[in-house]
Design a protein around this ligand. Structure first.
Ligand code: DX5
Ligand code: ZN
Length: 220
């Protein structure tokens, strides 16, 4: 099993206080999860390049950019310039994952693939070796604060089995409704990167919340 990584989702942070919110958790987490929504691929609008660029000046955390937009590849160059590190693309949003992967690499971004809850793991199998990370959504994307869908645990198990059997070191990320209990289940199923918005930034003590997540996962 790969190293356990915690990725707080900025979506649940106080948008008027982003630098301080990120600084608080920075020493305890492995990357920052940025949910970029265009109001078209998902029925919500979050934030885009100017916010990422501003935030880049305040943190050296890896920016894990979850693109919930139509035509995500159109933004790769801008995303890199704004300070993005890893671009995560929905398989449902692109027609040619191989081309998207090489486009991302060309501009210097890491690359990953995202699956919505109804999308089977088989949909990404031919492209997993091109990716640094595969994200299994455990809610329908678009909004924070939703409940974890336990039906994606089986897909997480298949993903872990497939990645290990193929000797790949691709991270398996889980996103949506993650709290200590659901993180434990997802970790047991084989996820090693855990996105949490509400459970971290809406907690009274976000640092303690990160530690509770780690303990739950390690105790699985
Ligand atoms: C949902 C986003 C998630 C969201 C997670 O579309 O992809 O990253 O911020 O939020 P919680 O942890 O509150 O479910
Ligand atoms: Zn996300």
């Amino acid at each position: 099993m790969d190293h356990i990584k915690i990725a707080p989702s900025l979506l649940a942070a106080d948008f008027a206080n982003l630098a301080a919110e990120v600084a608080l958790v920075e020493p305890y987490v492995d990357m920052l999860h940025l949910d970029i929504m265009d109001g078209h691929f998902v029925p919500n609008i979050s934030f885009g390049m100017p916010v990422i660029e501003s935030l880049r000046k305040h943190t050296s955390l890896l920016f894990d950019c979850h693109m919930m937009t139509t035509n995500p590849d159109v933004y790769f160059t801008e995303l890199k310039q704004a300070g993005g590190d890893l671009v995560m693309i929905h398989i449902e949003a692109i027609t040619d994952p191989t081309e998207a992967a090489s486009k991302a690499r060309e501009v210097g971004l890491g690359f990953g693939l995202v699956l919505n809850p109804p999308t089977p793991f088989e949909a990404v199998e031919p492209f997993v070796e091109l990716a640094d990370m595969v994200l299994i959504m455990s809610v329908h994307p678009g909004f924070g604060g939703q409940s974890f869908m336990p039906e994606v645990l089986e897909k997480t198990e298949s993903a872990r089995k497939w990645v290990d059997e193929h000797g790949l070191s691709v991270d398996i990320q889980i996103d949506g409704g993650i709290n200590p209990e659901t993180a434990r289940l997802a970790g047991r199923a084989g996820a090693n990167v855990f996105v949490a918005g509400t459970a971290i930034f809406r907690a009274d003590d976000p640092v303690a919340a990160v530690q509770e997540l780690r303990q739950a996962i390690n105790g699985r």
